[in-house]
Design a binder for this molecule. Structure first.
Ligand SMILES: [Zn+2]
Length: 147
């Protein structure tokens, strides 16, 4: 802690600045990839050159819909922040089924550990995740209750 950064900055698992830059499209826009041969979708995007489903080589960028519904939720309340994160629990973690069928595990903001009913509509929002090793904030997607 310091005057400049009053909250706790865990140094054990900080995001590196370069890794943060390389993954920004996935965190800001939920960029994934899909195979043009078999149609399989991947999130986060495949790093390899081949589709593990069919072996095809033509993987294209894919941006899934930013809305979906909750399949299940649970309370993250172990008493300390997840490694590298500065937010203290309780947090609400959910499995979201996006409108195109992709499943994503994420956090629902402003719920403070309250469970979310199955089928509740949610939308993607950008929120602070954690600190880089330089002290800068890493932003990324989370979900919020949709109207
Ligand atoms: Zn494929």
């Amino acid at each position: 802690m310091s005057n400049e950064f009053p909250e706790m900055i865990p140094r054990t698992e900080c995001h590196s600045t370069r890794r943060t830059y390389r993954t920004k499209d996935s965190r800001y826009h939920m960029k994934g990839s899909y195979c043009t041969d078999c149609g399989e979708k991947y999130f986060p995007p495949r790093q390899g050159l081949r589709c593990p489903n069919c072996g095809g080589r033509d993987l294209q960028d894919y941006y899934p819909p930013k809305r979906g519904e909750v399949l299940t939720s649970w309370k993250d309340d172990v008493g300390y922040p997840a490694t590298g994160y500065t937010d203290f629990p309780p947090r609400t973690i959910v499995v979201v089924k996006l409108d195109d069928g992709l499943h994503i595990i994420s956090e629902v903001v402003e719920m403070e550990g309250e469970l979310v009913e199955k089928g509740t509509p949610v939308k993607m929002v950008i929120r602070k995740h954690k600190r880089e090793d330089t002290g800068n904030w890493v932003y990324g997607y989370k979900f919020a209750l949709a109207e």
